[in-house]
Design a protein around this ligand. Structure first.
Ligand SMILES: [Ca+2]
Ligand SMILES: [Ca+2]
Ligand SMILES: [Ca+2]
Ligand SMILES: [Ca+2]
Length: 630
């Protein structure tokens, strides 16, 4: 094992300052000839090459995945779901139904059958796993949102541009697909993201060819009549070449595919974030449903006229944002080092060992590349949310040894902790999901060499608190020990009537990395899973009333289950039972109970067979157990 780390002295210094301190030691091996070349966009492939910019952290707490239920709802052989940011691909409706989409194709290697895979949860069951796309032509990169009583999917065909699919009632009926024209001079408009506010549709997408002085320009489309007619697509002022100081032949020549995302709308207030690896990151916000816009800079890199650029700390383009009840935007993105030796040739170099999920909100001062280069500074400022967990507790992040030019993890063009998603619920509680490599889980037979697995993690923070929860690996189950868990899309709304309840679509397969992309893995089945999270542990909630882990037996339960609890103090006790959808199906209130051991007999005869979550709730504690009921 090669370890990247942290001298003992350095780690001691950091630890003594703060248990939350983030310790970093940049490797000396940041030779710019050893980066990994990346084209600015691809619908099909990216090419290759190395560098070590590792860092590590001595203290990592984590919690495993209690309260997680999941269901496979589809599959695909075509495995590239984004170039950077994960799209909004799942929507949880207030009536308990859910729509979900992904890029689906089974016809390797040309994938002429590629298009939008779609499934629908009708409140009781998911539909059959789809085998055919919803569009009549080859498409990819769907973005999904409700439209009136119906639903809307925007995808691209990568030849002409955007394809709009809709139907008047969600979950049922025929889809109709129509082409959405590009402005004159801009073709191949692709990689769309869509939201709606009532009958108004908002789309951002990238011109696949140079347009108005930018090698790739971000275009904004709006329809105020549900997609019957469209206003002329525009570059929103502030994202034009002149405003950005960007342009062809400079270090910052435009935006990249998938490097942008919408926040969930708040009334007529809408916002999106856009990030460029060689440029910076910005928030665009409109208080009048897309009529006028204001720009906020998160950070901006210096624009350099003559190549080569230095190696600069930036984002990896995987940005996500959410608006709180005050209309302030909260943003996450992957941290990345970048450079470019040639401003004429499209593409740049990124440094795959870079780690760190960055958090920023509009009450914070603007960031800069110097801060982004220093994870300790980011951590001290509250800007560093997540990084790889030190599972074996040796104060180092451990990577398997691989040949020069190879990497011991799948290559997605992103940070080792990235694909972040952020949402804010009706109580202004923040939820963040992301994928991060696990140092302790690897596929020794992976292509092209041993590779660590990525899993999906969850962080939470109450509005009033400054303290984020410890990361929860949502895939920390024995059945996911040999699974790559990536591309998690977190539904915008948490469903007010089931307040501690998240809806996630993600992709899982046994091979780290992708076949479409730098890894060039053999193609194989990728499964599309719906995952829901019940959140019995709020941040800071500790089992202080309850002395130790609860026990439930028998498990599987037949007719009844005994729940054993050891109480530290006299306190009220409830044992609540949640189904796989996170719905409370049984509440048992046992009133005030004294210090010591108690056994509560829960009658399960009224429950249909299946998996449930039994949660013991006291004055200040919540402890849950998964229980099978037969
Ligand atoms: Ca270049
Ligand atoms: Ca370690
Ligand atoms: Ca691989
Ligand atoms: Ca894979």
């Amino acid at each position: 094992m090669k370890t990247f780390l942290l001298s003992i002295i350095f780690s001691l210094v950091c630890s003594s300052v703060s248990a939350q301190a983030f310790c970093v030691k940049q490797s000396d091996n940041n030779d710019r000839t050893a980066g990994l070349f990346r084209k600015p966009f691809n619908d099909d492939a990216i090419s290759n090459s190395t560098i070590d910019i590792p860092f590590s952290k001595p203290v990592n707490k984590f919690v495993s995945a209690l309260g997680v239920f999941e269901t496979m709802i589809g599959s695909t052989l075509y495995d590239a779901q984004t170039n950077s940011s994960v799209a909004n691909r799942i929507f949880a409706y207030p009536d308990g139904t859910i729509g979900a989409v992904w890029t689906m194709g089974f016809g390797s290697p040309a994938y002429t059958d590629r298009g939008t895979g779609y499934n629908y949860f009708d409140g009781v069951n998911w539909g059959d796993e789809p085998t055919t796309r919803i569009e009549p032509m080859r498409t990819g990169w769907p973005s999904y949102y409700p439209l009136g009583n119906g639903e809307l999917v925007v995808s691209h065909d990568f030849i002409n541009g955007l394809q709009i699919s809709k139907r008047p009632f969600k979950g049922t009926g025929q889809w109709t697909t129509s082409f959405l024209a590009a402005p004159a001079g801009a073709t191949k408009v692709s990689w769309p993201r869509v939201i709606t506010v009532g009958n108004t549709i908002h789309i951002i997408a990238i011109s696949g060819v140079p347009y108005q002085g930018l090698d790739l320009a971000l275009l904004y489309y709006r329809s105020t009549d549900g997609g019957t007619t469209w206003e002329s697509p525009v570059i929103i002022p502030g994202l034009d070449a002149t405003s950005l100081g960007a342009g062809t032949g400079k270090s910052f020549s435009g935006f990249g595919s998938d490097s942008y995302a919408w926040a969930a709308p708040r009334g007529d207030t809408i916002a999106f974030g856009v990030a460029s690896l060689m440029g910076g990151a910005w928030i665009m916000k409109s208080f009048d449903n897309g009529v006028s816009w204001s720009k906020t800079t998160i950070f901006a890199l210096p624009v350099i006229a003559e190549a080569p650029s230095p190696i600069m700390a930036s984002s990896d383009g995987a940005i996500s944002l959410a608006l709180d009840s005050q209309g302030n935007a909260h943003v996450v993105f992957g941290r990345m080092l970048v450079s470019d030796d040639d401003f004429v040739t499209a593409g740049y170099t990124y440094y795959p060992y870079t780690d760190g999920l960055v958090y920023w909100n509009e009450t914070m001062p603007q960031l800069d590349t110097t801060q982004l280069a220093n994870a300790q500074v980011l951590s001290d400022q509250g800007n560093l949310l997540a990084w790889m967990v030190d599972y074996n507790g040796n104060d180092e992040i451990d990577f398997p040894d691989v040949a020069p030019g190879e990497f011991p993890f799948g290559l997605y063009g992103s940070s080792l902790s990235s694909m972040g998603q952020i949402i804010i619920d009706e109580n202004d509680k923040l939820y963040v999901t992301y994928s991060s490599c696990r140092e302790d889980l690897m596929n020794s037979g992976a292509n092209p060499n041993v590779q660590l697995y990525r899993h999906v993690y969850l962080l939470e923070k109450e509005n009033a608190s400054s303290q984020w929860s410890n990361p929860r690996d949502l895939n920390d189950e024995i059945e996911h020990s040999f699974d790559e868990c990536v591309y998690a899309s977190l539904a915008f709304n948490t469903q007010a009537h089931m307040s501690s309840y998240l809806n996630i679509l993600y992709h899982v397969d046994p091979e780290p990395g992708t076949s479409i992309g730098s890894d060039e893995d053999p193609s194989g089945d990728n499964y599309v899973n719906y995952l829901t999270v019940i959140s019995p542990f709020g941040p800071g909630v500790k089992p202080s009333d309850i002395a130790q882990d609860i026990m439930v037996s028998p498990n599987p339960a037949i007719e009844y289950a005994d729940v054993q609890v050891l109480l530290n103090i006299t306190t009220k006790v409830e044992v609540n039972v949640y189904d796989e959808m996170g719905k409370l199906v049984m509440a048992n209130n046992y009133g005030e109970q004294t210090t010591g051991y108690h056994t509560f007999k829960v009658n399960t005869t009224s429950l249909t067979s299946g998996m449930y979550l039994f949660t013991v709730k006291t004055g200040s504690s919540r402890i849950s157990k998964k229980v099978v009921v037969n």
